[in-house]
Design a protein around this ligand. Structure first.
Ligand code: NAD
Ligand code: TYD
Length: 331
C-alpha cells in the first residue's frame, strides 16, 4: 500500500510508519511539521526507506505535494498534550480541526481512503464500565474538544460525500520515543535523574494503558478491514491508577517513594478513561503487550537511549517544565 502518514515523526506515527515499512513493505510518505514533539530521530532507522516531507497539514499546497502517488491517508498529526491545550488552545484548533479539514479535502479530490487517529478522550470521563463506539462524545479539555470536532468532520465527509473514512480511537499509549511531557516518560526521566515526581491531585485517576506497537497494529487493522464510515475503539489490556504507575516506575528505577510529590490538580481533570474494544477485536486485533512487561521495557529503553532524550531535557523543554511545574528541571 502507498500511505501518506501525517504526523509520522511523532511518537505513535513513527511507530506506525516503522511497522508498515517492516511488516507490510508499504511505500510510506511522512508529512510532518516537526513541532517540538516531532523529531527526525524517531524515524532514524527507516529514513532511507520512506519519503519525508516537511510541512503542515493545514497547508493545502504541502498536502497536495505530499499526497501524490498515495492510496490512503492516515492522520496522526495533532497537538496532543492536555496541559498545553489548557495553557494555550489556539494551536490545537488550527492543527487538530483546520488541518484535518485540509486533509479531508485532499482525500476527497483524490478519492482516497482516509483514517483519522483519535482518542478515548473524546468520550470524556467514565466512573464505571467502558465506552463503546455508540457512547456520546463529551470531551472535557480543549485538546479532546478539538479531537472530537475533527472526528465529527471526518464522519460528515463519509455521510455527505461518500468518502471512505475510518476512525480509530486509542487509549493512553506508552512506549519508546514518547515526548517526556506525558506521564510515563516524564516520571521515568525524573526518577532516573533523582528528581521529584509531580502527581496531580490525589493520583487516583485511572488510565487504560496501551503499548504503542499494539495501537500501531490496531490502526493497521482498521485500515485494512474497517467498514467505511465506522469508528473503532482500540483500548489497552490494563487499567491503572496514576499513583500505581508512578510507584512501579520508582521500583523499576530503584528509587524511593519519597520522590513522589503531590501537586495542584489539572483543571477539568478526567477521572477515568476506559474503552470497550470488542468491535476491533471482532476484526481480529488484540493487544499483545501487558502493562507490567511493557512498562519494564519502556523504562529500559529510556535508560539505554539518553542520546534521544538528553537534547530534549537540555533544550526548550526546560522552560516548558518551569512554567508547568513552577520549578526548575533537575538533570
Ligand atoms: P506526538 O505529539 O508525539 O506527535 C504529533 C506529531 O504531529 C509530531 O510529529 C508533530 O510534529 C506533528 N504535527 C503537529 N502539528 C502538525 C501540523 N500542523 N502539521 C503536520 N504535523 C504536525 O503525538 P502522539 O502521541 O504520537 O499522538 C499521535 C496521534 O494519536 C494524535 O492524533 C493523538 O491525538 C492520537 N492519540 C494519542 C494517544 C497517546 O496516548 N499519545 C492516544 C490516543 C490517540
Ligand atoms: P497524560 O500523560 O498527560 O495523558 P492524558 O491526560 O492524555 O491522559 O496524563 C496521564 C495521567 O497522568 C493524567 O491523569 C494526568 C496525570 N499526570 C500527572 O499526575 N502528573 C504529570 O506530571 C502529568 C504530565 C500527568
Amino acid at each position: 500500500m502507498r500511505l501518506l502518514v501525517c504526523g509520522g515523526a511523532g511518537f505513535i506515527g513513527s511507530t506506525f510508519a516503522r511497522l508498515r515499512v517492516r511488516e507490510h513493505g508499504d511505500e510510506v510518505t511522512v508529512l510532518d511539521k516537526l513541532t517540538y514533539a516531532g523529531r527526525r530521530e524517531n524515524l532514524e532507522d527507516i529514513i532511507e526507506e520512506i519519503r519525508f516531507v516537511h510541512g503542515a497539514i493545514e497547508d493545502a499546497q504541502a498536502v497536495a505535494d505530499a499526497v501524490r502517488e498515495c492510496d490512503a491517508i492516515v492522520n496522526f498529526a495533532a497537538e496532543t498534550h492536555v496541559d498545553r491545550s489548557i495553557a494555550d488552545p489556539e494551536g490545537f484548533i488550527v492543527t487538530n480541526m483546520q488541518g484535518t479539514h485540509v486533509l479531508l479535502e485532499a482525500a476527497r479530490v483524490k478519492e482516497l481512503r482516509y483514517l483519522q487517529v483519535s482518542t478515548d478522550e473524546v468520550y470524556g470521563s467514565i466512573a464505571e464500565g467502558a465506552f463503546t463506539e455508540q457512547s456520546p462524545l463529551q470531551p472535557s479539555s480543549p485538546y479532546s474538544a478539538t479531537k472530537t470536532g475533527a472526528d465529527l468532520l471526518v464522519s460528515s465527509y463519509f455521510h455527505t460525500y461518500g468518502l471512505p473514512t475510518l476512525i480509530c480511537r486509542g487509549s493512553n499509549n506508552y512506549g519508546p520515543n514518547q515526548y517526556p511531557e506525558k506521564l510515563i516518560p516524564l516520571m521515568i526521566l525524573n526518577a532516573l535523574a533523582g528528581d521529584r515526581l509531580p502527581v496531580y491531585g490525589d493520583g487516583r485517576n485511572v488510565r487504560n494503558w496501551l503499548y504503542v506497537e499494539d495501537f500501531g497494529r490496531g490502526i493497521g487493522h482498521v485500515l485494512a478491514h474497517g467498514v467505511p464510515g465506522e469508528a473503532y475503539n482500540c483500548g489497552g489490556p490494563d487499567e491503572c491508577e496514576n499513583l500505581e504507575v508512578v510507584r512501579r516506575v520508582l521500583e523499576l528505577t530503584g528509587r524511593e517513594d519519597s520522590l513522589i510529590e503531590f501537586v495542584t490538580d489539572r483543571p477539568g481533570h478526567d477521572r477515568r478513561y476506559s474503552l470497550a474494544s470488542g468491535k476491533l477485536r471482532g476484526l481480529g486485533w488484540e493487544p499483545r503487550m501487558r502493562f507490567e512487561q511493557g512498562l519494564e521495557r519502556t523504562v529500559e529503553w529510556y535508560r539505554d537511549n539518553a542520546w534521544w532524550w538528553e537534547p530534549i531535557r537540555s533544550g526548550a523543554y526546560r522552560s516548558y517544565y518551569q512554567r508547568q511545574y513552577g520549578r526548575a528541571l533537575k538533570t
